[in-house]
Design a protein around this ligand. Structure first.
Ligand code: ASP
Ligand code: MG
Length: 428
């Protein structure tokens, strides 16, 4: 049994959906759970709709029309028969959205957001499932709200593992039993509370959905299909000469995503590592190519090369915190400082601790940081540098360091055996 995850880019238009069908044809003898994200940038569009509706800013009706038109255009290209039942299926979901925005919000923004934004996955999976059936790829559309059970932390819902495990085993497992050749199409990113309200698992959470299902069903492998060849050693947005990594350990992949690499949703790897299920990242353009294998260290090919990887986090702020009276920074201060960061939910990306100061690098959040700094200033002297970058190099050497720090002013430098990290700023 395999789990496939197709992200937004892999279903962004009619020809992309057709391509998903081509990939599926390569696996015609397998039982597969197919997890699909919302099409293209539809989650952003639905976010816009949720904002316009809740905050009465902009025009929710016109945003909904854009969402409708986008999907209808894809449908028209895929299903020439206007009487095909998919038109009703998609329309019913769009009508549900219409009903939501015609009424007044009943709870807070995060709640309303999840009721609206989750519809992107409902629509995309209906379309993918119908397209596969039209192409003789027999499958069953299953509502993930029948098995992805969460708490009610809307927009960042925590999985209820026990309930989810029981429901996946009850609802999904029988459909993909070995030898049945069953294919299940279901939604990523979305879950449900015990009171039957929709939740979402955090942006880009479909990878995590695939990992949850894969780990509960003890899949042979989980594959994330992407528009790149696999996990690259740097984000092409920041780096010209990227290379694909052929294989890496769960541990390395977790560290990369912890340091800020965005290729895989950070929560994805742990459930797979716990059950030893290999994760592949492959290109949906070249589905026969190897892609990247992520597995346990002992399963890695012996000749796997430890290529250097680069992770760039831009728009960072380096905050230095000093006692007002020039005493040392000791444990009491540290617990005080960490508590303030936790209270403002500001995530710390790097820490540097010296006798007279304590520095941290954080994302440049223009809303939270002024409040946080004000709070710190009650007891400490606070200095900060805006617009710095945090660069992490895994498997570094002097060459790679020289490459990333040239023409930069270095504020912080940290090296461990495998990882070098720098807080830098461009000098013009
Ligand atoms: N559609 C959701 C998002 O864009 C989930 C995902 O793509 O993984 O964040
Ligand atoms: Mg996505």
């Amino acid at each position: 049994m395999l789990v496939f995850k197709f992200g937004g880019a892999s279903v962004k238009d009619a020809s992309a959906v057709k391509n998903v069908g081509e990939v599926m044809k390569l696996y015609s003898n397998e039982e597969i759970v197919v997890v699909v994200s919302a099409m293209g940038k539809m989650t952003n569009a639905l976010e816009k709709l949720a904002g316009a509706y809740f905050y009465k800013k902009g025009n929710p009706q016109s945003t909904l029309k854009e969402i409708k038109d986008y999907h209808i255009e894809i449908l028209n290209e895929l299903f020439t028969d206007e009487k095909h039942s998919i038109y009703d299926d998609v329309n019913n979901i769009l009508v549900e959205l219409e009903w939501i925005i015609e009424d007044k919000p009943i709870k807070d923004y995060d709640f309303e957001y999840d009721q609206i934004v989750s519809m992107g996955e409902m629509i995309s999976t209906k379309i993918v499932s119908a397209w596969l059936i039209k192409n003789d790829i027999c499958n069953i559309w299953v509502d993930c709200r029948d098995f992805i059970k969460t708490d009610n932390t809307y927009r960042e819902a925590k999985l209820n593992w026990e309930d989810t495990e029981a429901c996946v085993n009850k609802v999904v497992a029988p459909l993909v039993e070995k030898g049945k050749r069953g294919i299940v199409v279901t939604q990523g990113f979305v879950g449900v509370t015990s009171e039957n309200f929709n939740t979402t698992l955090g942006r880009e959470g479909s990878d995590y959905s695939a990992a949850i299902i894969g780990s509960i069903l003890k899949a042979e492998t989980v594959t994330i299909w992407k528009d790149v060849a696999g996990v690259l050693n740097a984000d092409p947005k920041w780096f010209k000469e990227t290379e694909k990594l052929d294989a890496l350990s769960y541990h390395d992949a977790i560290e990369l995503s912890f340091f800020g690499a965005t290729i895989i949703h950070p929560k994805t790897l742990k459930p797979l590592q716990n059950r030893g299920i290999p994760l592949y990242v492959k290109s949906f353009y070249n589905p026969k190519e190897e892609g990247t294998l992520i597995t346990s260290t002992k399963e890695l090919p012996a000749d796997v090369e430890e290529k250097p990887s680069f992770i760039f986090k831009v728009d960072q702020i380096l905050i230095s915190i000093l006692p007002k009276d020039y005493s040392f920074i000791v444990e009491e201060n540290l617990s005080d400082i960490f508590r303030i960061f936790a209270n403002f939910s500001v995530k710390i990306n790097l820490i540097q601790h010296a006798a007279l100061s304590f520095s941290v690098c954080v994302d440049g959040d223009r809303r939270k940081l002024p409040l946080l700094i004000k709070e710190l200033q009650k007891d400490y002297k606070v200095l900060y540098n805006e617009d710095v970058e945090l660069v992490t190099i895994r498997n570094y050497n002097q060459d790679t360091i020289d490459r990333v720090i040239q023409k930069k002013k270095i504020f912080v430098e940290q090296k461990s055996r495998q990882t070098a990290r720098f807080v830098v700023k461009n000098v013009d």
